[in-house]
Design a protein around this ligand. Sequence first.
Ligand SMILES: *Cc1c(COP(=O)(O)O)cnc(C)c1O
Length: 485
Amino acid sequence: MKTKLLWELSKEDRIGIQLPKRKVPECNLKENIQSSMLRDSDNELPQLSEPQVIRHFIELSTKNHHVDKGFYPLGSCTMKFNPKLNERLAGNPGFINLHPAAPDKLCQGALELMHKLGEAFCKIGGHTAITLQPAAGAQGEFAGLSMIRRYHEHMGNPRKKVVMPDSSHGTNPASIVFSGWQPVEIKSGCDGKIDLKTLEKHLDEDLAAVMITNPNTLGIFESDIKKVAEMLHSVGAQLYMDGANMNALLGIVRPGDLGIDALHFNLHKTFSTPHGGGGPGAGPVSVAEHLAQFLPQPIVSLSDSGEYKLDWDRPDSMGMLQAFWGSFGVMVKAYAYILSLGCDGLRRVSEDAVLNSNYLLSMLRDYYELPYTETPMHEFVLSGEVVKKFGVKTLDIAKRLLDYGFHAPTIYFPLIVHEALMIEPTETESKETLEEFADAMIAIKKEAETDAKLLHDAPLDTPIRRLDEVKANRNPILKWKDSLK
Ligand SMILES: *Cc1c(COP(=O)(O)O)cnc(C)c1O
């Protein structure tokens, strides 16, 4: 059935909500509002009843694939279940009605939550200071690198370049450039890990930092990380860790103990807050002691008398990053997640994430190629090269998965794997779901061998078939138009 647009459902004078009778006299708009700000015709909103609106949006939501509807193994992006308890707590009227400019005295509860959340992240990260301001992982990277830049300036030489492995996330080089440095990409070793010999060539007074993801985007733990930290620190350079995805490390390894100087967390990945269309994100950055003075301002501090406050008295701060104090609702959800799991629960998250990933891999590795064979952590990267000889690409596998009711994994990333399929099941999936997904991947492999055309035509069962992705990117239609009818 074709979904009707709200405009098509509209009927004159149908209303969704009945407001109570006004108890104050009607205000004369013309007298009180500048004429240039008044509309001169009706707003033409569709006129609908509440059930119509609810059905419309619920129907739309079922046409899309989302984590509340099905498995979503998007590697690196950690599409884990978003506990509904978190949403309920974030909806607390005391939080949602709080004005961001309220004086500190009147928002002690909110400030306490931010302070305690910051302490929790410091414990997880093995650091002593934190900013909660960044609204995304990418902004966290920018914040962390900017602090490192201030640090080098403070030491008298801002330096010139930042090194990153060729498996790094696309936001890394962008953040390096935005922070005023030249990104230098180095080739990973044949085991998929950072190659110390190659790194060694870049160790000099021009090197500001190395950005590293650990486990890296192949899902492999960088076991030489302490050595990397030592090498960098010996020439005064810093080690930044992209901790967007901490799903393998919680309660097991503290990056600070490995010599990481700055680290960002993605609350909308590891800490279960909704991701993508579901809401804003947050990318707090924890840092080692020597970077603390450069944190964005304000930070939340606790006075000796037990009062929380936004501390602006930070002369070396890199400045403000965000309007107001960051994505507060996201912080409430992440704090709820941390408290509801506790220390043991958080560790269990990582243990189960790694277990799920390895169980899934064990079912798939006979059917798809695993180019880097080191035991992976919370995610692994397969290659679709094996079906190329049948004229089938990774993109076709991804599209066909939709017909089986699964979202595709991340594809064509990391760039160092041909026809990459980057799979992250997360800890919130059951054994049965993992087995069903493996069955689908194996069935698709067989389809590729016998019926390549089917895969080229996929998806067959979705409300919208295969999109022209280039056109959708270049000429997006973001507004309803009569001509689309
Ligand atoms: C998601 C991700 C980022 C960027 O985070 P955003 O919140 O999307 O800006 C950076 N690095 C890695 C490894 C990621 O997975």
